[in-house]
Design a protein around this ligand. Structure first.
Ligand SMILES: [Zn+2]
Length: 263
């Protein structure tokens, strides 16, 4: 009996592995963007994210800059994972094609919570929908919201935490990140697992003297959520450390696993 159980355990673990010689079908990602925030130029960062994530053919990337048209149940069903490079920032009525309707919001949350689609949240996107606060979005995403803050952009080291996680396996133990904003006091949804931190030097303006969470994962219903507060601009997206973490996080959010060799 013990031998049989051992054989079954071996089969189960082999079935859960991605073999290096097995070409995996690319996952389908939709980048959601479109509003122009004065500090965050989506027209520059979106092509950079698209290039980083589609490299090596593991991820097929589509982009919508008209979420009012494209956040429908039928369209969202085509994807495995969504990436928010979006912060709703406009005057009421200014930009109907980028303004999420109640139907868009319901379709987005349902796709993650009920249908198990993955979600990747980059940098400023966790500051979306705070006025008024969209409570369910906050439960799914956490992050910047209204309590977050940062000092002047600077170079800092991003360190992998001790938590064991499929995303972390192939990620660097630490990397010296390009000049970026260090988000502090982020709101972590219940059950979040912090995968990487950066020390906020108290000698710098607004420094907290704490290891601040910069990359974490959580779940929202059936959906996996990967959050990376790095990525203010194209230079930060071009940082190899950012790229490895974000590729691995996107694949995990889409499928729940990542081949160890993905960099
Ligand atoms: Zn920023």
């Amino acid at each position: 009996m013990r031998r049989l159980l051992f054989a079954i355990a071996l089969l189960v673990s082999a079935g859960g592995m991605i073999r290096a010689d097995e070409p995996a079908k690319p996952v389908k990602l939709l980048i959601i963007t479109g509003d122009t925030h004065p500090a965050h130029d989506w027209k520059a960062t979106t092509p950079a994210l698209r290039e980083v994530l589609s490299e090596k053919g593991r991820i097929d990337v589509d982009v919508t800059s008209t979420p009012a048209k494209d956040l429908t149940p039928e369209n969202l069903a085509k994807y495995d994972v969504f990436l928010l490079n979006y912060l709703n920032f406009k005057k009421p009525g200014e930009s109907p094609e980028t303004t999420w309707t109640d139907a868009n919001k319901a379709a987005f949350l349902k796709a993650i919570h009920d249908d198990g689609k993955g979600l990747v949240v980059i940098h400023h996107a966790s500051g979306s929908f705070t006025r008024p606060n969209w409570v369910e979005f906050e439960k799914a995403v956490g992050g910047w919201r209204t309590q977050g803050f940062h000092g002047p952009a600077h170079q800092f080291t991003v360190k992998k935490s001790a938590e064991s996680h499929p995303i972390s396996v192939g990620a660097p133990a630490e990397f010296a990140h390009a000049t970026d904003e260090l988000y502090q006091n982020s709101l972590l949804p219940p059950g979040s697992v912090v995968l990487a931190t950066a020390y906020s030097d108290p000698a710098k303006p607004k420094g907290t003297g704490k290891d601040e969470a910069v990359i974490w994962v959580s779940t929202y219903g059936k959906g996996r959520v990967f959050e990376n507060v790095l990525g203010h601009d194209v230079a930060t997206i071009n940082d190899p450390g950012f790229q490895t973490w974000t590729r691995r996080g996107t694949l995990w959010a889409a499928t729940g696993k990542v081949a160890p060799e993905v960099k």
